[in-house]
Design a protein around this ligand. Structure first.
Ligand code: FE
Length: 194
């Protein structure tokens, strides 16, 4: 794959279609500036402001853009909320579609064939592979991302966080909790800043 990517990049550069410096800049941006801390701020705001939560669930693309996060691979966002009875998980069964503006670049496992197949067949098993479990009566919903639509999970707000600021809440929001392969941290996990 590496060789194929390099061959393609060389060809496109030779033909003048892409500028290697621009490619480096794009990769650097998504590796260093854009990341799950963006999505965490979206989630924390949804936890804090009912009107924002409602907007986010109705028109995620616009509500997320309101936070300043938009662009490549985030043009059509859909946010799926976890509840006491439903746990959402996001996958791209075809390749690796992922909401870059809010989560950055996907982790290696997200692109792997085992995750892409098992998420569909046995999401509860995937969760347990990550060392996480939810009650037996919780139903799983698995969302298959596409080149057009990118999903973000809105995890449940952890208990014991009443009165926390959005900044404090955002510290609880892990990348995996927004993919659905994990849960947010608990209040006591970051008690130092509370
Ligand atoms: Fe994909």
């Amino acid at each position: 794959m590496d060789v194929r990517v390099r061959a393609l990049q060389t060809l496109l550069t030779d033909k003048g279609y892409v500028d290697p410096a621009a490619l480096d800049r794009i990769i650097e941006t998504y590796e260093t500036e854009v990341g799950p801390h963006n999505g965490a701020k979206v989630v924390a705001r949804a936890w804090s402001e009912p009107a924002y939560r409602e907007w986010l669930l109705r028109d995620a693309t616009a509500a997320i853009a309101d936070m300043g996060y938009s662009g490549r691979q985030g043009e059509h966002m859909v946010v799926v909320p976890n509840t006491e009875t439903v746990h959402n998980m996001v996958v791209c069964t075809l390749c690796s579609c992922y909401p870059w503006p809010v989560l950055g670049l996907p982790p290696v496992w997200y692109k792997s064939a085992p995750y892409r197949s098992k998420a569909v067949m046995d999401p509860r098993g995937v969760l347990s592979d990550f060392g996480v479990s939810v009650p037996a009566d919780v139903t799983f919903r698995v969302w298959d991302s596409t080149a057009e639509i990118r999903y973000l999970v809105l995890p449940l707000r952890p208990s014991g966080t009443e009165g926390w600021t959005q900044e404090q809440l955002a510290e609880l929001v892990t990348r995996d909790s927004m993919i659905g392969t994990g849960l947010p941290l608990r209040a006591q996990d970051v008690a130092v800043t509370a």
